[in-house]
Design a protein around this ligand. Structure first.
Ligand SMILES: NC(=O)c1ccc[n+]([C@@H]2O[C@H](COP(=O)([O-])OP(=O)(O)OC[C@H]3O[C@@H](n4cnc5c(N)ncnc54)[C@H](OP(=O)(O)O)[C@@H]3O)[C@@H](O)[C@H]2O)c1
Length: 322
């Protein structure tokens, strides 16, 4: 009989990738959403998933939605709460929501594997001056699960992702800006040097599902409580921009500005959050530094090189969105 995976965030990018891949792998997929009537939910139903309503703020709704699961995938969305409530409140809420998903998962007797999207803590990487709420919130939740739910932690994998290629159409701060009356010249205004090495997750709508599929196929490799790291390349920030230039054929120059200027442009809340994240990458290029010996890569999971899609190939394929 086919195994059942319950996928949180299935109407979104990461969860959607997992839901589609696991359907292809022959699993039964139950997709969690707050709104079964949304276009994304209906598309999942058509693709063969069943739908269940649940909200990360209500553990009881998650427990009901998780019934009978062999595997559960969890992903939260810090930025949805940050715009309404500020970064500090969003940090606490995201930590609590991840812990809520884990608490509900812990009550499911059939559960074999829990996979939770988290990120490394900027504070642990680069020091307290570099606290980045959307990274620290997720790592704090991982620490809480290891400390407070040790039996669940034994069958848990934390899934990290590098910077998405989709930022080039989905995240305003990561989209080059066209200079008016320039016949197509762009600037890439960022608060760190172009030479800063960064990890990139490429096409997250393909690569997230590929990782989860491999994690579930070889559960012993990424448990207990290991950090599986989705990235297709690590390279200077200038290479990320170069991929965009190659894909679009447009001209662009990387221009470093200060954190204060970045905050002036984008606002203190989101500008400050992103600037601090990028600064923490400039301080420490090894995201696995605080978790030495516990970080798993695509190679460890036996994922074939050709299975993952890197930044440039994603941008070439999605050129119409750039
Ligand atoms: N951009 C980057 O470079 C980057 C890099 C690394 C990590 N990340 C992380 O990626 C995450 C976002 O992932 P994504 O792109 O997949 O997000 P997304 O496309 O915006 O999807 C978010 C999903 O979460 C669900 N959701 C949100 N709040 C919920 C709640 N209270 N109860 C139940 N479901 C809820 C939504 O479902 P419904 O609306 O259907 O209910 C939706 O399916 C963020 O945490 C971010 O920090 C981003």
């Amino acid at each position: 009989m086919a195994k059942l995976i319950v996928v949180c965030g299935a109407t979104g990018g990461l969860g959607g990738s997992v839901a589609r891949r696991m359907l292809t792998d022959g699993w039964k997929v139950r997709a969690i959403t707050r709104n079964k009537e949304s276009a994304g939910a209906k598309a999942l139903l058509e693709a063969g998933a069943e739908l269940a309503s649940a909200n990360y703020d209500h553990v009881s709704s998650l427990k009901t939605a998780f019934e009978g699961a062999n595997a559960i995938f969890g992903v939260t969305n810090f930025f949805e709460y940050m715009f309404d409530n500020g970064a500090k409140a969003a940090e606490e809420k995201e930590t609590q929501q991840i812990v809520n998903i884990a608490t509900a998962a812990n009550s499911i007797p059939t559960l074999e594997h829990l996979i939770l999207h988290t990120l490394p803590s900027a504070e642990k990487l680069a020091g307290p001056k570099y606290a980045v709420p959307h990274m620290d919130s997720k790592d704090k939740a991982a620490d809480k699960i290891k400390a407070e739910l040790p039996d669940l932690a034994k069958k848990t994998t934390f899934l990290w992702l590098g910077m998405f290629a989709s930022n080039f159409w989905a995240f305003p701060m990561m989209i080059p800006t066209e200079l008016p009356n320039s016949t197509g010249s762009h600037v890439y205004l960022q608060p760190i040097p172009a030479s800063t090495p960064i990890y990139y997750a490429g096409d997250t709508e393909t690569n997230t599902g590929a990782f989860v599929s491999a994690i579930l196929a070889k559960p012993h490799i990424s448990t207990p409580a290991k950090y599986a790291f989705v990235y297709t390349e690590q390279g200077p920030f200038s290479e990320y921009l170069q991929a965009w230039k190659d894909a679009t054929g447009k001209r662009a120059t990387f221009v470093q500005i200060s954190r204060a200027e970045y905050e002036d442009l984008w606002g203190k809340e989101i500008g400050g959050e992103l600037a601090m994240m990028l600064e923490s990458f400039a301080m420490e290029s090894d995201w696995g530094k605080a978790h030495k010996g516990h970080v798993i890569t695509a190679k460890d999971l036996g994922i074939a090189e050709g299975e993952l899609v890197g930044v440039k190939d994603t941008l070439i394929r999605e050129k119409h969105r750039l």
